[in-house]
Design a protein around this ligand. Sequence first.
Ligand SMILES: Nc1ncnc2c1ncn2[C@@H]1O[C@H](COP(=O)(O)OP(=O)(O)OP(=O)(O)O)[C@@H](O)[C@H]1O
Length: 307
Amino acid sequence: MDKEERQLDRFVREHGEDGATFAPTSVEEAIGGSFVETDEIESLQERMRGWLDVPRPVHIVGPTGSGKTALALSVAAARDQPVVWINGDELIDTGSLVGERSGKAQYKERDNFVRGVMKKKSIVRDRWVDNPLSVAVQNGATLVYNEFSRTKPAANNALLSVFEEGVLDRPGQRGQDRIVEVHPEFRAIFTSNSTEYAGVHRPQDALLDRLVGIHLDYYNRETEIAIVSSRVDEHDDETIEQVVEIVRELRDRLDLHVGTRAAVMVAEGLTVFGDDALVEVCVDVLGSKAESREEIEEVREEIEDVV
Ligand SMILES: Nc1ncnc2c1ncn2[C@@H]1O[C@H](COP(=O)(O)OP(=O)(O)OP(=O)(O)O)[C@@H](O)[C@H]1O
């Protein structure tokens, strides 16, 4: 294998034949456990499924750690179609959504034009790599575009013609390959964080105009108890209920986003440090959100008061 062949071989091993990476592949993989469905969650899933059936893309907006990603993946996974995942990022550009030319592909041609004399010819061409959006629209996949408002609006412009005209423009492609038809089974679910969404990352109105927006708050008490007990099985019901009560109370009192993830983490901490360490465990779980020593001391005081 020469150098170029080795590079190509490594690229294919890392990215697959078409260059696209898809991760995570299931809701269980994304949340590291089984997905809990309560009445509250089922009713949200039903609402999302209804809009996807219309078909309209769905945008879930909610605070950090409230369960947006898990919910989006659960609805995507329940459709009998492949799921394609994109994580929004400042560095994403049009090419990383719709495909681009990436490296070279080498093809070998053998000519046997004089009997017994073999001529080998190496042809090197630009290699076209489809990326998640172009893979999803062509294969009728359900696209889950997590935190899409972190991507610069200019890159997300590629989505406008997908929803409006049912075609995807791949500017790096030439001729008739440039425009691809959107597969009739293609659907899209977007998530974004309520604080970021309202701030500097607000996506262009032309895109928001084409999405149905479903605003999530933190789940109700019953759902949070069900989620925490599904994630940490070492505790009795009473301990789980206490953890959820404390987290919900801190959520109201503190000027921090205290999501369901925090409740799961507190329950995990108690399995290691024991129930007597409840205050310390809560301080550690919320500690990374406090910006100064003074703030963490205030957080500790509130925790002690609540516990
Ligand atoms: N229905 C559910 N079943 C089981 N666990 C869940 C469920 N919903 C949320 N969780 C738990 O809560 C955590 C947070 O959920 P998720 O990652 O979906 O939140 P998010 O709102 O997307 O967070 P972020 O804004 O940080 O991306 C998950 O890691 C998982 O532990």
